[in-house]
Write a protein that binds this ligand. Structure first.
Ligand SMILES: Nc1ncnc2c1ncn2[C@@H]1O[C@H](COP(=O)(O)OP(=O)(O)O)[C@@H](O)[C@H]1O
Ligand SMILES: [Mg+2]
Length: 343
């Protein structure tokens, strides 16, 4: 089979090493990997066949920089890993003539990246999400928290736009700052009292925040590949052992109900290509219209299949035919590795 060149953005993102390895070990053909990242200290620089620095995904020059790399490297497909890279690529998609860009529509990306819009969408289609308020500034946070049951109930907050758990906090009347000071491990998201939030935010209204019902229970996600809002292949999995905002352990699940929830969201957003929908307990808390951590199987290489499907080498039906291969006995454990080099 003809060699394939795949460009992977944010090639220093946490799942990169496993993703790049899977694309290479596809058992079918050689794949040339081209990595991009905004940081020269991206592991993609060491694991890809070639590497290019590009501006941040939010920079107006990002899409053109990626397009330029695609032309120079004769890329067949672009697989974005970071939420920040999606919108610019989706908006520029038409200019990537003859190159498959694995993104959803700009509208789907906007509604997913804006977490308040995501929750409004869930309410609209009757999928359970947390109760929520979109606010700016300390006073508005306090009002929203009280409306949602504080101090009797713990609530939580996060920025409307964020990733990697940045800015997520539980707001709890029983938050014990002394206990946190003396016994908590750094990196554990600390609960904070409402008074402290109000004081810290003051009249700063620059950041839009979501104040939400605190969902409780196990974290799970549905990962899959969609076309025109129809899920062709995917499965649910647990999301466990979170460290610094990253889950380190996953168990594949057989859960038709969760697949049904995902199907309604994919349909409403007309999702294309990779997606990941995140739940805490029974509440959907986030939609990521991009690839996330994959639980690989020797007979089910989701990234490679997704790229082949995007290139038209697999029809919708051919991709969907892989569904019976999903094994619920499958587990994934992430760990640290490292590379060395001389400068
Ligand atoms: N309403 C909520 N209730 C409980 N936990 C939440 C809620 N919203 C977010 N979280 C926690 O915060 C983490 C980060 O939130 P998420 O919406 O996934 O944003 P991102 O991944 O973009 O940082 C989640 O993995 C979850 O543990
Ligand atoms: Mg998340």
């Amino acid at each position: 089979m003809k060699e394939l060149t795949v460009l992977i953005t944010a090639s220093g993102a946490p799942g990169s090493a496993a993703l790049l390895r899977a694309l290479r070990r596809n058992g079918e053909r050689p794949v040339r990997l081209v990595g991009t990242d905004m940081s020269p200290r991206s592991v993609g620089r060491h694991l890809c066949d070639s590497f290019h620095l590009v501006p941040a995904g939010s920079d107006p020059a990002f899409a053109d920089a990626v397009l330029e790399v695609c032309r120079r490297e004769h890329a067949d497909a672009v697989l974005p890993q970071s939420s920040f890279d999606l919108l610019a690529l989706a908006e520029a998609r038409e200019r990537f003539e003859g190159i498959a860009v694995l993104v959803s529509s700009p509208a789907a990306i906007r509604r997913s990246n804006d977490k308040a819009e995501t929750y409004a969408l869930l309410d609209e289609i009757g999928v359970r999400g947390p109760a929520w308020r979109r606010v700016r500034g300390g006073e508005a946070v306090a009002e929203a928290a009280r409306e949602l049951g504080y101090p009797g109930e713990d609530v939580c907050m996060k920025p409307v736009f964020s990733s990697g758990s940045r800015g997520f906090r539980i707001i709890s009347a029983s938050a014990d700052r002394r206990e946190q000071l003396l016994t908590n491990r750094p990196g554990v998201p600390e609960a904070i009292r409402l008074d402290d939030v109000v004081e810290l935010l003051g009249s700063d209204t620059t950041t839009e925040l979501l104040v939400m019902e605190l969902a409780t229970g196990k974290e799970r996600t549905i990962d899959g590949i969609s076309r025109g809002g129809r899920i062709l292949l995917g499965h649910a999995k647990t999301r466990e052992a979170v460290r610094a905002g990253l889950a380190m352990y996953f168990e594949t699940l057989d859960d038709l109900e969760l697949m049904g929830v995902a199907a309604r969201i994919a349909d409403e957003l007309d999702l294309d290509h990779f997606f990941n929908i995140q739940l805490v307990g029974e509440h959907v808390i986030e939609i990521n219209p991009r690839i996330s951590t994959i639980v690989y199987q020797e007979d089910l290489n989701l990234p490679y299949l997704g790229v082949k499907h995007a290139l038209g080498e697999l029809s919708d039906e051919q991709l969907a035919a892989h569904a019976p291969r999903v094994r619920t006995t499958r587990r994934a454990l992430r760990y640290f590795d490292q590379v060395e080099w001389d400068e």
